[in-house]
Design a protein around this ligand. Structure first.
Ligand SMILES: *Cc1c(COP(=O)(O)O)cnc(C)c1O
Length: 389
C-alpha cells in the first residue's frame, strides 16, 4: 500500500521534472560558475538564468535575489543582516508570536547577545495579526518589522501588505517569511511592499537545502559570509548549482499551475474539513475560515493526544503531523495555537493535514474512513475523555 502523504507543509516530494532539470549539473556540467572557460560559463549561465526566472516570478530585479541554503538561512540572514548593519545603536525589532522558529530564535539571539529589543505582537483567535497592533509596537528606534505571509501550522494568511505600508511610512525595513505562501498565493514583492522576503525550495516540490532571500536594492544589509564575491558579496561561497537550477524549475512549475491547483486544493480541503466535522464529535478547526492557505487544515480533536492520532494514522499508511515538523520532539503545546488562545489541553489534540499536488479525492476519503474510528478508539482509553463525565 502506498503512503497517503498529507504533510506537504513539512516538505514536498521533488517533482520529477525538477530532478530532470538538475541532473546534468551533477554530471557533465560541473564547472565552477566563477571560472573563465566555457565549461564554467555553462554553469554561470544556468545560475543567472535561474535568478532571472525567480526575479520574473517575484516581480523584482535579478540583482535583488540572493540564493541561500533554505528558509532557515534566509530568515536568519534577514534579521541578522539588518541588525548587524545597525550595531552602533542596537535597535528594536517587531515580530509576532506565531513566526517560524527560524525567525523567533534569531530574534531571541539578537536580543540576548547583541542587546536589541524585541516586541512580539499577538494574534486573534483565527491567527491573524492586526496591522494596528504592529503600528502600536513600532517605536522611534525600530529597525525591522518581520511578519510571515502565511503560517505553517494553521495556514492563516497575514495582512502583510497593510503591515508593510505602515512600517515603510516610518522608514522601517520590512521582512516577510513567505516560505509557505510562495507557489500557493500570487506574489509580487513590489505590490507587497516588503524589503526582504524568504523562500525555501523544498516546500514547493524542489530540492532540499536551497532557497533565496529577496533583498530590495538600497536596503542596508550586512553580509552573511565573507570570501569571494558570490551572491553580490552578501553570501560568499561557490553556488549550489544543481539546487539553484532545481529551485527555479520548481518555482516556474508552481507558479504556472497555481490558478487551477489552488482551486483543486481548496475543494479537497473543504471536503476533508466537512467530513471530519460530520463524522467526529468534539472537534474544532484552527486557523482563519477564509484567509487560509489552500491545502492546510489544522484540527483539534478534543480528549485525545495529537501524537497518538499521528501514530494511529501512520499504522494505516497515512502521514500527517501535529504541527511544525521542527518541534515534534517537544512536549510543549504549539506556540502558534497558544498565541491564538487555544487552551493547552485542546492544543494537545491538534493534527495538521497538509494537502498537496499528489493528493486525490480518494486519499481524502481514505482519511475520512480511518480517522473517526481511530479517534473513537483513542478516546475510549483516554483519561481526558472519561473525566469530561
Ligand atoms: C519550512 C519553513 C521554514 C524553514 O525552511 P527550511 O528550508 O526547511 O530551512 C521557514 N519558515 C516557514 C514558514 C517554513 O514553513
Amino acid at each position: 500500500m502506498s503512503v497517503v502523504y498529507m504533510d506537504h507543509n513539512a516538505t514536498t516530494p521533488t517533482d520529477p521534472r525538477v530532478v530532470e532539470a538538475m541532473l546534468p549539473y551533477f554530471g557533465e556540467r560541473y564547472g565552477n560558475p566563477s571560472s573563465p572557460y566555457e565549461l564554467s560559463q555553462v554553469t554561470r549561465r544556468a545560475v543567472e538564468g535561474a535568478r532571472e526566472t525567480v526575479a520574473a516570478s517575484m516581480g523584482c530585479s535579478p540583482r535583488e535575489i540572493v540564493f541561500t541554503s533554505g528558509g532557515t538561512e534566509s530568515d536568519n540572514m534577514a534579521l541578522k543582516g539588518v541588525a548587524f548593519a545597525n550595531l552602533e545603536r542596537p535597535g528594536h525589532i517587531v515580530t509576532t508570536r506565531i513566526e517560524h522558529h527560524a525567525v523567533l530564535q534569531t530574534a531571541t539571539y539578537l536580543r540576548d547577545r547583541f542587546g536589541l529589543d524585541v516586541t512580539l505582537v499577538g494574534v486573534d483567535e483565527t491567527g491573524r495579526v492586526d496591522p494596528a497592533d504592529v503600528e502600536g509596537a513600532c517605536r522611534g528606534d525600530t529597525i525591522l518589522v518581520s511578519v510571515m505571509l502565511a503560517n505553517n501550522e494553521v495556514g492563516t494568511v497575514q495582512p502583510v501588505r497593510e503591515i508593510a505600508a505602515i512600517a515603510r511610512k516610518r522608514g522601517i525595513i520590512v521582512h516577510t517569511d513567505a516560505v509557505q505562501a510562495i507557489g500557493k498565493l500570487p506574489m509580487d514583492v513590489g505590490e507587497l511592499g516588503v524589503d526582504l522576503l524568504s523562500m525555501s525550495s523544498h516546500k514547493i516540490y524542489g530540492p532540499k537545502g536551497v532557497g533565496f532571500l529577496y533583498v530590495r536594492r538600497g536596503v542596508s544589509f550586512d553580509p552573511r559570509s565573507h570570501g569571494g564575491s558570490h551572491e553580490w558579496s552578501v553570501r560568499a561561497g561557490t553556488e549550489n548549482v544543481p539546487g539553484i537550477v532545481g529551485l527555479a524549475k520548481a518555482l516556474e512549475l508552481a507558479v504556472g499551475g497555481m490558478p487551477q491547483e489552488s482551486v483543486r486544493l481548496n475543494g479537497l480541503t473543504a471536503r476533508l474539513e466537512k467530513g471530519i466535522l460530520e463524522s467526529i464529535p468534539h472537534v474544532s478547526i484552527n486557523g482563519h475560515p477564509t484567509e487560509r492557505l489552500p491545502g492546510t487544515l489544522n484540527v483539534s480533536l478534543h480528549y485525545v493526544e495529537g501524537e497518538s492520532v499521528v501514530l494511529a494514522l501512520d499504522m494505516e499508511g497515512i502521514a500527517v503531523s501535529t504541527g511544525s515538523a521542527c518541534t515534534t520532539d517537544s512536549a510543549e503545546p504549539s506556540h502558534v495555537l497558544s498565541a491564538m488562545g487555544v487552551p493547552a489541553n485542546v492544543a494537545q489534540g491538534s493534527v495538521r493535514f497538509g494537502l498537496g499536488r499528489s493528493t486525490t479525492q480518494a486519499e481524502v476519503d481514505r482519511v475520512l474512513d480511518v480517522l473517526p474510528g481511530a479517534v473513537e478508539r483513542l478516546r475510549a482509553i483516554s483519561p481526558l475523555h472519561h473525566r469530561k463525565g
